[in-house]
Design a protein around this ligand. Structure first.
Ligand code: ADP
Ligand code: MG
Length: 199
């Protein structure tokens, strides 16, 4: 049987990790042999787990380099998940193709844009070659509409990669996003506009 590649893309807080965990759990219910990997750069949460902002988690092996996967891939693995795919090198593209060629279902979750709204490789390339792409959306912290951007609210103006959670970033819609470091919006009133439907 042929394998395939699935990508779960979107901004921070859009539920990429939650969706990855959901798919991994369902594969486990189906008694499939599953392995999850994450870049060792991401030490925000438990070291050998992938954890969503909602604190759900699955076991994951941290990799210093994506090419180390060949030391950890076990015989008979049918589903391979990667979280924080944007922190792996472009070699993730070849590795995903090689895994799929072996008949493995590959699921990659990651940021499709950085905080300057530039495509964040290798996710955009993976989105092009994948059989299935899901673009997740968060909720804009400014207006409550759907958010596709990651707003940087403190930290360095230069680094593309500055690992952090609530301290540095928040989700924003196209209207309220700026590609510069901008102060966090203070919610002193509670006037978010929930008049339009959102999914
Ligand atoms: P991602 O991996 O895309 O960063 P997670 O799956 O870790 O996202 O977390 C998604 C969860 O984050 C949501 O279910 C919700 O509980 C929480 N959350 C916090 N801020 C927001 C926001 N602005 N929009 C949507 N969800 C948010
Ligand atoms: Mg995540």
């Amino acid at each position: 049987m042929s394998g395939w590649i699935e990508v779960i893309a979107g901004s921070m807080y859009s539920g990429k990790t939650e969706e990855l965990i959901r798919r991994i759990r369902r594969a486990q219910f189906a008694k499939m042999k599953v392995q999850v990997f994450k870049p060792a750069i991401d030490q925000r949460y438990h070291e050998t787990h992938v954890t969503s902002h909602d604190q759900t988690q699955v076991h994951a092996v941290p990799l210093l380099s994506i090419l180390d996967i060949w030391d950890y891939l076990e015989e008979g693995t049918q589903v391979v998940g990667f979280d924080e795919g944007q922190f792996f090198s472009m070699d993730l593209v070849k590795v995903s193709r090689d895994l799929a060629a072996r008949g493995i279902r590959v699921i990659v979750a990651g940021l499709d844009m950085d905080w300057k709204a530039q495509p964040f490789e290798p996710i955009p390339t993976l989105m092009a070659i994948a059989e299935d792409v899901t673009k997740q959306r968060a909720i804009c912290m400014s207006c409550g509409q759907l958010a596709t951007y990651t707003q940087k609210t403190s930290g360095s103006e230069n680094a593309q990669v500055e690992v952090g959670a609530q301290d540095f970033y928040e989700a924003r819609c196209r209207l309220h996003f700026t590609p510069t470091v901008e102060q966090q919006i203070m919610h002193t009133d509670n006037k978010l506009d929930f008049s339009l439907p959102r999914t």
